[in-house]
Design a protein around this ligand. Structure first.
Ligand code: C5P
Ligand code: MG
Length: 199
C-alpha cells in the first residue's frame, strides 16, 4: 500500500527542496518526486511529448491534464518505497478532481495529506529571481524570469481557494509556514509526514 503526500506551494515556496531533504533524511522509507522536475526530465529527453510539454512550461501555463496525471500515477505506482511525497500537484481544480476519482478506484494508494507550503508573493518572487541569478547559464529554468513568474503565480493562485476547501473538507489539508528558514520548515514537515505515515 502506497502512502501518498502531496505538497503544494507557490513557485519559490521551496516545496521541492523541502521534500528532497525529507526523502534524503529517510531514504529507507520515503521517496520524493517533483511534478515540475518529472515534466522537465521529459523535455530534456528531447521526445515529441517533451516538446509539447515545453510549449506550456516555458509560458508558465499548465501542461494538459492527461499528461500530468499519467506522470503522477506512473511515479506513484513505480515508487520503490511505500511512502511517496509528490510536490507540485495538484495545481488545478481539474487535476485535483480527476485524481480524486482515480483514487476512489485504487485500493493500493492512500492519500494521507496535502501539505501547503505557504509563502507571500513577495518572498516567492525574491526566491525565484534569486534562483535565476545564481544558476549557471545552462541551468536557468526557462520559466524563472519576472514575466513568467507573474503568470505562474496567477495560475497557482486562481484555483487555490477551491483546492484548500476541498482538502479541508476531507480533513487532509496541513498548512506549513514556509517563510521561515529551511531547517525549521523541513523539521516540522518531516515530523508531520512521519507521524501520519506511522514511521
Ligand atoms: O512546480 P514547478 O514550478 O516546477 O512546475 C513547473 C511547471 O510545470 C508549471 O509552471 C506548469 O507548466 C507545469 N506543471 C503542471 N501541473 C502541475 C505541476 C507543474 O502543468 N501539477
Ligand atoms: Mg519545484
Amino acid at each position: 500500500m502506497k502512502k501518498l503526500f502531496f505538497i503544494i506551494g507557490a513557485p519559490g515556496s521551496g516545496k521541492t527542496t523541502d521534500a528532497s531533504l525529507i526523502a534524503k533524511n529517510n531514504s529507507d522509507t520515503i521517496v520524493h518526486y517533483s511534478t515540475g522536475d518529472m515534466l522537465r526530465a521529459e523535455v530534456a529527453s528531447g521526445s515529441e511529448l517533451g516538446k509539447e510539454i515545453d510549449s506550456y512550461i516555458s509560458k508558465g501555463e499548465l501542461v494538459p491534464l492527461e499528461i500530468v496525471l499519467n506522470t503522477i500515477i506512473n511515479a506513484v505506482k513505480n515508487a520503490p518505497k511505500d511512502v511517496v511525497i509528490i510536490d507540485g500537484f495538484p495545481r488545478s481544480v481539474e487535476q485535483m478532481l480527476k485524481f480524486d476519482k482515480l483514487l476512489e478506484k485504487e485500493d493500493e494508494i492512500k492519500l494521507l495529506s496535502v501539505i501547503e507550503a505557504r509563502v507571500s508573493e513577495e518572498v516567492a518572487k525574491e526566491r525565484i529571481l534569486g534562483r535565476a541569478a545564481e544558476a549557471k547559464p545552462n541551468e536557468v529554468r526557462s520559466d524563472d524570469n519576472e514575466e513568467v513568474f507573474y503568470n505562474r503565480m496567477k495560475v497557482y493562485n486562481e484555483p487555490l481557494k477551491e483546492i484548500q476547501n476541498f482538502y479541508t473538507q476531507k480533513n487532509l489539508l496541513k498548512v506549513i509556514d514556509a517563510e521561515r528558514d529551511l531547517e525549521t520548515i523541513v523539521k516540522e514537515m518531516e515530523a508531520f509526514v512521519k507521524e501520519k505515515a506511522g514511521i
